[in-house]
Design a protein. Structure first.
Length: 425
C-alpha cells in the first residue's frame, strides 16, 4: 500500500486494532501496534523496525523497538482474537498445517540452527516455525504459530537465557507442535474442520494417528514409498495346536507401495477432475481413489495399541483410509499421493479439492513474507519474534478483511499485492 492508501484506511485500521489488541492493557501500547501495522503495510523493500520508523510520519524507532522486543503484552491473546474474528469471515473448508523457515546469520537468534530451510531448499542456518492456517477456496489466514526449538537449544542455558526462551519450552518435533496447536485452538472454542498437510506431516503415522484420536478428519500428502494393503486384505492366523501361545492374526502377503498399487490399476482407471479455476483456466488432472489399509511397522503398532486399549485385544485388522493418486496428462506414471480419513463415500472431486487447497498457504506466505515482512525481523529474543509474527498476522488479517469487504478492490489491488517476487517454503 502507498501512503495515500494507508491514510485512507486509518479509521478502519483503528477500529480493527481496538478490537484485536483489546487485551493489551495500555493505550499507548495499542497506538504503537497501530503504528507498527501501518509500517508493515506501507510500501517498502525492508520491513524491519528502523526503515519502517523512517517511512512513517509518526514513527519512533525507540518506541517501536521497546514495543516489540521488551514490552510484556501477551501475543497469544491477540492471535486468539484474530482467529475468533477471522474464522467466521473465511468459513474455512480446512485447516492447513505447514512450516516456514527464516534464514539467519550467526547463532544467537532464538532457536536458530543449521537445518533444512524450505525457502532455500537446502540445509542452512535458519529458524523454523510451524503454522496452522484457516483456508477456503477464496481466502485464508494464519491462526497460530509455534517456533520450533532444535534439540541443541534444549540444553543450552546460556543461549536460552539470553533469548528469553521460557523454562517450560523445550525441543518438540514439528508434528507434535502441530497437534499441540490443534489442541490449543480447540481450547479457544474453534472447531477443527478437515486438516490438510504436505508429506512432511502426512508421511508420519503418529501425526495421522494423533488427528484420528482427536476426531479430526484429514487429507494429507504422502510419498510414493508409503506402503498399504488393499481394503479387502484380511489377516489370518494358523490353526492353534493347543500348545504354547495362540497364533495372532496377521497379513500373509507383503504390502505394496502406494505408487505400485496406483500404477497397477492403469491410466484408464483414472478420471479427470477439475478442482478450481486458475489464472490460466480450469485446473484439472486425472485421479484415482482407492480404499486401502496403511501398513508399515509404526502404523501396525499404533493400530494394535488403539485396539488393545479399546477392546482389550487386537484382531490384526488395520484401519481403512482412502488413497488418492494423481496421474497428470503426459506423465509416464502417477506423480502425487494423499491419504484421507474422510468417510468412504466422500466424492473423489471433493477429495481432490481438499488435497489441492493447500495452494492458499503459498498465497499466505507470499504476502506474509514479501508483502508484510514476516522474515524481516532482526531481533533475537523469543518474545520479540512472537510479537513480530503476531503483528504481521494482524496486518494480514486486516488486509484480508478489506479484500473480502463487499466494496473492496480486486484480489490484485495494491492493498494485497506483494511488493516483490517471492519463494514459498
Amino acid at each position: 500500500m502507498d501512503a495515500h492508501e494507508v491514510n485512507r484506511a486509518r479509521v478502519k485500521l483503528g477500529l480493527f486494532v481496538a478490537d484485536v489488541f483489546a487485551s493489551v492493557p495500555r493505550k499507548d501500547q495499542r497506538a504503537k501496534g497501530d503504528c507498527y501495522l501501518r509500517g508493515l503495510m506501507l510500501d517498502g523493500r525492508r520491513k524491519s523496525i528502523q526503515p519502517m520508523a523512517e517511512r512513517l510520519p509518526d514513527g519512533n524507532e525507540q518506541n517501536l523497538q521497546q514495543f516489540v522486543n521488551q514490552s510484556t503484552w501477551d501475543p497469544v491473546l491477540v492471535r486468539r482474537r484474530i482467529a475468533e474474528r477471522m474464522m467466521p469471515l473465511i468459513g474455512p473448508d480446512a485447516w492447513a498445517v505447514d512450516d516456514v523457515s527464516f534464514p539467519k546469520d550467526g547463532k544467537m537468534s532464538v532457536a536458530v540452527a543449521h537445518q533444512y530451510c524450505g525457502a532455500l531448499g537446502k540445509q542452512v542456518n535458519c529458524q523454523v516455525a510451524v503454522s496452522v492456517h484457516a483456508v477456503s477456496d477464496t481466502a485464508s489466514c494464519p491462526l497460530q504459530w509455534r517456533l520450533f526449538v532444535p534439540g541443541q537449544w534444549a540444553d543450552d542455558p546460556i543461549r536460552r537465557r539470553k533469548t528469553g526462551i521460557p523454562q517450560e519450552v523445550g525441543h518438540r518435533e514439528k508434528w507434535r507442535l502441530a497437534l499441540d496447536t490443534f489442541d490449543e485452538l480447540a481450547g479457544w472454542g474453534l472447531v477443527t474442520p478437515v486438516v490438510v498437510a504436505d508429506a512432511g506431516y502426512g508421511q508420519n503415522a503418529d501425526f495421522r494417528d494423533g488427528l484420528s484420536e482427536r476426531g479430526i478428519g484429514y487429507v494429507v500428502a504422502v510419498r510414493s514409498d508409503v506402503t498399504v494393503r488393499p481394503h479387502d486384505a484380511q489377516p489370518t492366523a494358523p490353526a492353534w495346536s493347543g500348545n504354547g501361545r495362540k497364533p495372532q492374526p496377521r497379513y500373509r502377503n507383503k504390502p505394496s507401495s502406494v505408487a505400485a498399487l496406483a500404477a497397477a490399476h492403469g491410466r484408464l482407471a483414472f478420471t479427470e477432475v477439475t478442482w478450481r479455476e486458475g489464472s490460466r483456466g480450469p485446473m484439472r488432472s486425472h485421479f484415482l481413489a482407492l480404499r486401502v489399509r496403511p501398513a508399515g511397522i509404526r502404523a501396525r503398532r499404533l493400530a494394535q495399541a488403539a485396539a488393545t486399549a479399546e477392546h482389550g485385544h487386537w484382531d490384526g485388522v488395520l484401519p481403512e483410509v482412502t488413497l488418492l493418486a494423481e496421474w497428470p496428462e503426459g506423465a509416464q506414471e502417477p506423480t502425487d499421493y494423499w491419504l484421507s480419513s474422510l468417510p468412504a463415500d466422500t466424492p473423489p472431486a471433493e477429495l481432490v479439492r481438499l488435497a489441492k487447497i493447500r495452494w492458499r498457504i503459498e498465497h499466505d506466505y507470499r504476502e506474509l513474507k514479501h508483502g508484510l515482512g514476516l522474515d524481516h525481523f532482526e531481533g533475537r529474543s523469543w518474545m520479540g519474534w512472537h510479537h513480530h509474527v503476531t503483528l504481521v498476522t494482524a496486518a494480514h488479517a486486516f488486509l484480508t478483511e478489506q479484500r473480502l469487504a463487499p466494496k473492496a478492490d480486486t484480489a490484485d489491488s495494491p492493498s494485497t499485492r506483494p511488493s516483490t517476487p517471492s519463494r514459498t517454503c
